[in-house]
Design a protein around this ligand. Structure first.
Ligand SMILES: Nc1nc2c(ncn2[C@@H]2O[C@H](COP(=O)(O)OP(=O)(O)OP(=O)(O)O)[C@@H](O)[C@H]2O)c(=O)[nH]1
Ligand SMILES: [Mg+2]
Length: 645
């Protein structure tokens, strides 16, 4: 946006773009330093407009200022802090934008930009990925370093975990060296109170030479003060810190001194949660708890998902939506071709393949209930802080697969959707681990829409067949990873992982996160399902599916023992794997064929979205390698099952 100079706010900076007046005026202004490309700050406009350029000030008549066009520079604030201190919650609170937060390090691996208004000034806020230091040791820290270096920040907001002052201050001291106004925010003040941690804020502020604020980001307590301080920085009332660079040793020394001076920890008896924290990472109690957690998750996902389908969605679709939509379409479009396209051939919601019947029913009545239940449970464990503990427990098994325990997080996320799963592979350090992690999550973890479809296809034959598919998938993925770990060169690094304290989840934050993930499904995935049903319908009407069938016949029919109609489904599965499994329903496969088809469709290729994310996160070479492995595995397993079952 380009505006006239006199329209710039006081104290706001702008870059001169153009001077639109006679050459004479332009030359005069240019001599005073006002020329295109120069950054100036407007100081006042009581009489003439006064601007500061570098160290000098220039006053120019209001009429003259009308002809100088500037692009206002947005005030830029960066949220820096260690992983898992609550930066994303602070970001959501300030900008009103929703970003995912969770109680483990590395939730944010990409930065997010948002904006907010502070007393009439527009501020751009960036949620920088968590970093322990600005000397990068992983991808997230490299992104943080990039923001530290680029010199565009007007203020740094350092979010600090108040329960962990010493460890967090290392980054704070590094940020102080940047000589950009800094606000230190002591977040999780509620947990600090609980744990008996007392911090003398005025003293800390004096020792660091910057404003320090206490905050409970999840409830918003202290947010007003943060905005107030931000406003002071905008008004130029907060000077950049004068802090001379010090060495690594000196930094730790200074931190020791600070915490001695400002922090007091009152001894409290270990709470129930603290005792649970210890039990969760010990061998026997840990495994017992993990079994309980997994059982609770599994049962609740199933009960909630099935409950929603049986008691709410199925009755709604069968008794209200179905009759209404059929009546409407038959009245409005009396053309058989269109009716076929929109409503399909048969009345059954799963078999008709009409855009408005099956196309709407699959995403909303079959997949959505499981998305709701899965992400609710996942969000709960995420916010309680259970996942890093599962990482500790699974470390030994994961080592057999060439990974360390932390890889359990991408794997669990992939059970919801592979896209965030692949993104969180950034948590892993070496290329080798990323490669092994990618293969493992592609093979072992069908996403929740796929799982929902497998359940709905196989449950009529009995729950044991659903279990069989998952046991085979897990077995194949494990064997494959063990073998790859032996073949692929290199060693995986040891695990260093921060384990956060358990905390009682904040219900509103939890629900916001659930809504964010549901919205993502409804806006991004559901329309593709509808589109997929449409494309399949058209291809079928044009006879393309039959043609494709005859080409791949020997492979599908002879090797996998599947009927010819599945060929087109396999070809289309790349678009959306969940509909590809739904497409099997009208074929009335035998139970053996259904099991083989499900396993083959899960294993052979990832869906299009996952494919592109994997490509972005790694390289062509790696993706091609990974896909050749998954296709080979799918074929071998399919063929073996055809012979064995
Ligand atoms: N008790 C308490 N919990 C908080 C507070 N602020 C954030 N949390 C929780 O702390 C956890 C981490 O929050 P995030 O916002 O994901 O942290 P982050 O700094 O963005 O973490 P990364 O993206 O991993 O660097 C979440 O479970 C939050 O609900 C707070 O003020 N009090
Ligand atoms: Mg974050």
């Amino acid at each position: 946006m380009i505006i006239r100079l006199n329209k710039l706010e006081n104290n706001q900076e702008g870059v001169v773009k153009n001077i639109d007046k006679s050459v004479g005026l332009r030359l005069r202004l240019e001599r005073l330093g006002i020329r295109p490309g120069v950054t100036l700050r407007k100081i006042s406009d009581v009489g003439p407009v006064v601007v500061a350029i570098g160290n000098s000030q220039v006053a120019l008549g209001r009429g003259m200022a009308e002809y100088v066009f500037v692009e206002p520079k947005q005030f830029r604030a960066l949220l820096f802090g260690n992983p898992n201190v609550g930066k994303s919650v602070v970001f959501s609170r300030l900008t009103g934008m929703d970003v995912v937060s969770a109680n483990y390090a590395g939730t944010t691996v990409e930065y997010t930009k948002g904006s907010l208004m502070v007393d009439g000034h527009s501020v751009e806020l960036i949620d920088v990925p968590g970093a322990y230091t600005i000397d990068p040791t992983c991808v997230a820290e490299e992104v943080a370093r990039h923001f530290y270096d680029d010199g565009e920040a007007d203020v740094l907001i350092n979010v600090v975990d108040a329960t962990n002052l010493e460890r967090n201050l290392y980054l704070t001291l590094q940020l102080l060296e940047k000589k950009v106004p800094l606000i230190v925010v002591l977040n999780k003040w509620d947990s600090a109170r609980h744990k008996g941690v007392q911090i003398n804020i005025p003293q800390l502020s004096k020792m660091l030479g910057v404003p320090v604020i206490q905050l409970v980001a999840v409830t918003g307590e202290g947010l007003k003060e943060l905005r107030g301080t931000l406003n002071k920085v905008i008004q130029g009332e907060v000077v950049p810190p004068e802090f001379k660079p010090i060495t690594h040793q000196e930094r730790w020394h200074f931190i020791g001194h600070i915490s001695q001076e400002v922090q007091k920890v009152v001894h409290k008896h270990p709470s129930f949660l603290e005792r649970l924290e210890i039990a969760s990472v010990r061998l026997h109690s840990g495994i017992a708890l993990a079994v309980i957690v997994l059982a609770i998750s599994f049962i609740s996902i199933r009960v909630v998902g099935e409950g929603l389908i049986t008691y709410i969605l199925d009755p709604f679709f069968n008794h209200i939506y179905g009759p209404a939509i059929r009546l409407l379409i038959q009245k409005v479009f009396p053309f058989p071709f269109l009716q076929h396209l929109l409503l399909g051939k048969t009345p059954g919601f799963m078999e008709s393949f009409g855009v408005l019947t099956t196309g709407v029913y699959i995403p909303l009545a079959i997949v959505l209930p499981y998305i709701v239940s899965f992400y609710f449970i996942l969000g709960l464990w995420e916010d309680i802080g259970y996942l890093p503990r599962l990482a500790v427990l699974s470390d030994r098994i994961m080592h057999r697969l060439g990974l360390h325990g932390h890889a359990i997080i991408p794997l669990i996320l992939s059970c919801g959707c592979k896209v965030p799963g692949v993104l969180s592979l950034r948590l892993l350090e070496s290329q080798r681990e990323k490669f092994l992690g990618l293969i493992l999550l592609l093979m072992a973890a069908p996403c929740i829409p796929q799982t929902a479809m497998i359940v709905s296809l196989l449950s009529p034959f009995g729950a044991r067949y659903v279990a069989l598919v998952f046991i085979i998938l897990t077995g194949v993925a494990l064997i494959n990873s063990v073998v790859l770990n032996m073949i692929v060169k290199g060693k995986s690094p040891e695990m260093i992982l921060e384990i956060p304290s358990y905390q009682i989840p904040h219900f509103a934050t939890l629900m916001r996160k659930l809504w964010l993930r549901l919205k993502d499904f409804l806006l991004n995935a559901a329309p593709i399902i509808v589109l997929g049903v449409f494309v399949i319908n058209v291809l079928e009407m044009l006879g393309v599916l039959n043609l494709a069938g005859s080409v791949a016949r020997p492979f599908v029919v002879t090797v996998l023992g599947l009927p010819e109609e599945t060929i087109s489904i396999i070809l289309l599965g790349f678009l959306r794997k969940d509909i590809s499994i739904a497409l099997l329903i009208p074929l009335h496969l035998s139970v053996k064929q259904a099991v083989i088809a499900c396993i083959f469709l899960v294993l052979y290729l990832p869906c299009l979205a996952t494919f592109f994310v994997a490509l972005k996160e790694s390289s062509w070479k790696i993706v091609v390698k990974v896909l050749s492995i998954t296709i080979t595995c799918a074929t071998v397993v399919g063929a073996l099952l055809h012979v064995i079952l």
